[in-house]
Ligand binder design. Sequence first.
Ligand code: F6R
Length: 654
Amino acid sequence: MRGRMLRLKHLSSLVSGLPGAGRPSAAASQSTAYTIERMCGIVGYVGERNSLDVLMGGLRRLEYRGYDSAGVAVIDDEGEIETAKRAGKLQVLADELERHPIHRGGTGIGHTRWATHGGPTDRNAHPHLGDDGRLALIHNGIIENFSELKDELLAEGFAFESETDTEVAAVLLGREYRRTGDLRSAFQAIVSRFEGAFTLLAVHRNEPGLVVGARRNSPLVIGLGEGENFLGSDVAAFVEFTKRAVAIGQDQIVAITADEVTVTDFDGEPVEVEPFEVAWDASAAEKGGWSSFMRKEVSEQPEAVANTLLGRVVDGQVHIPELESFGDDELRAIHRITVIACGTAAYAGMVAKYAIEQWARVPVEVELSHEFRYREPVLDEGTLVISISQSGETMDTLMAVKYAREMGARTISICNTQGATIPRESDAVVYTHAGPEVAVASTKAFVAQIAALYLFGLHLARVRGTLSETELGKQLAELQSVPEKIRTVLGEAEHVGELAHWMADTRSVLFLGRHVGYPIALEGALKLKELAYIHAEGFAAGELKHGPIALIEPGQPVFVIVPSPRGSATLHPKVVSNIQEIRARGARVIAIAEEGDAAVLPFADEVLRIPLAAPLFEPLLAVVPLQIFAMELAQAKGLDVDQPRNLAKSVTVE
Ligand code: F6R
């Protein structure tokens, strides 16, 4: 059954991508363990262009999502399916395609993979084939019941080349295709049988000019062109060609041809779709002359904060139209806020806790999404659950949001990715406007998340009458001054770089902070771990004497985030005494302190200065040298700062 047909818009951007093309390699190394797909990038295309160019260009922009193997399948102009797949980064596949070109064709699918179990081998790379090689399929997610489906197929005499759950889907789809002779119907017949999370895309040689996809708990977005259509894990896959997009909902099937897009539910019932305009240009997802995405994104932090505030402060008042569904009475009735997030996003939540509690006088707890759902949290209609996610696809956070809604809580999503799943599952979304974040380690999204949460905190404080107009105005002015101050900190990057290069052989680094400096200490340690593979720990400075001080030995580098002497009367001297304590035990102290703070000078080996800011705004500045330090140290060690080992940008399974 056909869903709604969409008219397409012409875009004349040139295709970028890689020259050449190649035949599939039979060479495949063996893997003995079952391979479970965790997080991947997916592209699909139908149109006049050579689909291989579109696929490779899209995969380049999605490589951050997974980068241990890659593959493509193209229906060539002769109507044959040609595939190529290789373990390793996308360049390995590109080199293979140079050596063994495949023929031109206007229909294709492409995949970058990141696996958690089983080696990333040529054989386990996607696409996988079904229907005796007439069908090719790619997959993002985990099919949890693949083992029982595989047994069923084995009993019927089907054979498998790989150990992946994906190949089970390909073979099952091939079997159904033989029965129905129609790719859409075959999809419909199989998708309800899968448990877990999946985005699937497939092509069949009998239906050139058609790509069919389906999704559950895993992202898929359509790009609407003119005389061509696209599919991608996110809009970065096709934004070069079109900025008109449609996010596919949960449990839906999509079919694209060059001129038509149909979306149905798993039962084949048509689904209404709502196109949106992508808010950023293709160039935003390119390196643009920078040596790495991370370096570019660190430098974009002033704009990330400024754009997140843009249009949301009107006549000195916070104005968040996206929150209109939350009436003032409802916001006044909130008696507790629970923030759920993972990793860096959770640290943004920890920073915001201090501000929201201080301004709006509502208790805020911050919980890791994966812990939240499994402890029977106390939730009621007076609890507001705020999720924070750059990607909007983190499965742990998505599941926690769904759970919170089931329990009756109202949910707001702070998210950086338009059309992503978490905002769609929430009652309201406040987008951060950091632009696409491609480097795996989160930087500009972090400061944008804090900015969005601060806006929300000030809005809440106004509604609840907990801050005077004057005080609100003062805090908003502070927030608006942040971009310029971050620019000043970025101006000191060279000094931080020298420090990092000088410390390239360091084996362990500690980070101390207090109050809002504490989550920044945690974030500094996380950045160093993930980028430079160095053991790093962040501690609340007051906790030092309860154990961690035993780690201090002569030469141990310790970063200390020093609170402003102009803030709480007691905090600054306490942290200065912490510095003295560790210094007395031989620590090498690197203090991050505001301009003019002379009290740290006698005890610190190095001082990294940040501009004066009200205490709650210091995290937005203090985090910057820590990001730069981790990035520079990783580069000094010759590591890839955009794609650290074992990590992927969005973790789309639990
Ligand atoms: C660290 C980092 C991760 C993410 C976390 C949540 O640099 O990027 O810790 O912050 O995986 O991801 P999102 O924000 O996409 O939900």
